[in-house]
Design a protein around this ligand. Structure first.
Ligand code: NAD
Length: 512
């Protein structure tokens, strides 16, 4: 018999281990029960599966190097209705394009009148990798968004699922944490293909989720339309399908969505910023801000802040960066991005009433507030060194790296951490879920009133933990949560989450 030598390898460094640094820091500080810590250190379940979809025939732009060979190719005329433009520059070629068409093709290459040379790529089935990570359900059903993006991974979904566990605890809604999605660039798919992919994803996901088990919502690359498709696929053929409406949140208001849900994340962030100013005896009026990402969170936060008389100076998104030192008219920019059919990529790039600057220059803009509302990992140490803002109000999930955090702290730049900053979305998702259960429909005033009270009171508890100033007021009670010393805001938010989760294990025990 040979003896096995067990060497203890250093733990692998991943985005997940990096994101969990704050968890471990807060766990140490509060002396979190060892077993609770183990339960939370890794997700309950990590599901990876595959979905296949039949892609239609496409016309893909011909590579420049191949173009001289087809100089003499005459124009083809096809029915424009039969071509669906995709954001990657190709077209989905539908059969009806050939009705009364006049096509001249060589080696599968054709010249589209007024558009240039394209190669026909025949339709084929394609396989996509899909995920659902269910992190923890001590406080209630798993809850978390669905992301369609080309740069996702198991580690990233683990980070995002754990973030949801902390966020639902901080928002004090009765859910746990989950996240999932598909490794796909939705911009390369037609609307029909996206629908087929979504239905197939839910077909595979159905055994794993449910209104009292795991409740998805929109995230990057998905929206209310996708939620409608997920709802239909989940409930199709079910005898009591209307009682299952709460299986996804973020639905259109006409099919059980909540008023105020679309704006909720931006609205919650604006309430936090308002509270940050209120704490200094001021309001956001007269302040200036910069936004990264002009999607759901960024554009709504910008619109609400502008409504509070704060001035938008610069915006960066995936397409470009714009800057106007005298202020950008937010409703006008929203209309440029979202109501302009020729702005296919829905980008701020090219907005005529501002200068076009480089992304790098965004970080140097002198403003009061920076709202990161795009993807994670953007505010690195070097970026944090350059910032000329007083407050970073995180709308995106994980926009600041641990190194970025250290630099912000060193430079005295204040922080509204993501897990409270963008908790407005999941808070109103909870309101949507209750309304579905009760078959009710609340007004936007009612939703926003509840949201403001919830976000601001939880924000105050986190602030009190950070300052070690236990208090009980008419709106909040931080006495149970302060830990006898001051901590930074991100750690304070995690302390609140862990204490609320730990209570469930302490008072309910562990199932065997
Ligand atoms: P979205 O898809 O609507 O918008 C994303 C925006 O980010 C777009 O403007 C896009 O151009 C920009 N972007 C993408 N890649 C970029 C890059 N490399 N550089 C600069 N900009 C880039 O997404 P969203 O729903 O607004 O979500 C934004 C962030 O907020 C994500 O981190 C998401 O996880 C988080 N979040 C969203 C919600 C919600 O309710 N939508 C809730 C909580 C957290």
């Amino acid at each position: 018999m040979t003896a096995r030598v067990v060497t203890s390898e250093p733990p692998r460094h991943t985005v997940y281990t990096e994101a969990m640094e704050v968890f471990h820091r807060a766990a140490e500080l509060i002396g979190l029960d060892r077993r609770v810590r183990m339960e939370l250190e890794e997700p309950d379940y990590e599901h990876i599966f595959y979905v296949t979809v039949k892609l239609h025939t496409r016309l893909a732009p011909l590579a420049a190097s191949d173009q001289p060979r087809y100089k003499d190719l005459t124009d083809s005329e096809v029915l424009p209705d039969g071509l669906e433009p995709l954001l990657d520059g190709s077209f989905v070629f539908k059969r009806r394009a050939l009705i009364n068409a006049n096509v001249s093709m060589r080696d599968g290459v054709m010249r589209l009148k007024g558009k240039g040379l394209y190669r026909v790529v025949p339709g084929r089935p394609e396989r996509f990798k899909a995920y659902r990570v269910q992190h923890n359900q001590a406080r209630g059903p798993y809850k978390g968004g669905i992301r369609y993006h080309q740069d996702v991974s198991l580690d990233l979904f683990k980070v995002l699922a754990a973030e949801m566990t902390w966020k639902t605890a901080i928002a004090d809604v009765p859910f746990g944490g989950a996240k999932g999605g598909i490794k796909v660039d939705p911009k390369t798919l037609s609307s029909e293909e996206l629908e087929a992919l979504t239905l197939r994803y839910m077909y595979r996901l159905k055994p794993l989720i449910g209104p009292n088990l795991d409740i998805p919502a929109p995230d990057v690359g998905t929206d209310g339309t996708i939620m409608g498709l997920l709802l239909r696929q989940f409930t199709d053929g079910e005898r009591e399908r209307h009682s299952l409406r709460g299986v996804v949140t973020g639905k259109d208001t006409r099919i059980g969505g909540s008023e105020g849900r679309v704006k909720a994340t931006g609205q919650g962030l604006a309430y936090c910023i308002q509270e940050w100013y209120a704490d200094r005896g001021a309001t956001p009026a007269g302040s200036t801000f910069v936004v990264q990402g002009f999607g759901n969170v960024g554009s709504n936060a910008a619109e609400i802040l502008a409504g509070m008389a704060s001035r938008l100076l610069a915006v960066n998104d995936a397409g470009g960066t714009i800057f106007n030192p005298s202020g950008i008219d937010v409703p006008d920019l929203i209309s440029y991005v979202y109501d302009n059919p020729s702005n296919l990529r829905r980008t701020v790039a090219g907005y005529p009433k501002a200068q076009q600057i480089s992304k790098n220059d965004l970080w140097d803009v002198d403003a009061d507030i920076l709202v990161p509302a795009a993807l994670g990992g953007e505010i690195t140490g070097p970026v944090a060194e350059r910032l000329k803002v007083k407050l970073v109000a995180e709308g995106a999930n994980g926009p600041t790296t641990p190194e970025g955090d250290r630099v912000l702290a060193k430079r005295g730049i204040e922080l509204i951490p993501d897990i409270i900053g963008n908790a407005g979305g999941v808070t109103v998702s909870y309101y949507e879920w209750i309304q579905n259960k009760r078959m009710e429909h609340w007004s936007e005033i009612e939703v926003n009133g509840r949201l403001e009270q919830a976000i601001k009171s939880n924000y105050r508890i986190i602030r009190d933990i950070a300052r070690n100033s236990p208090r009980r007021t008419a709106t909040h009670n931080s006495q149970r949560y302060c830990i006898g010393r001051e901590v930074d805001m991100r750690t304070a938010a995690m302390v609140l989450a862990l204490k609320r989760i730990e209570a469930h294990y302490q008072l309910e025990g562990f199932s065997q």
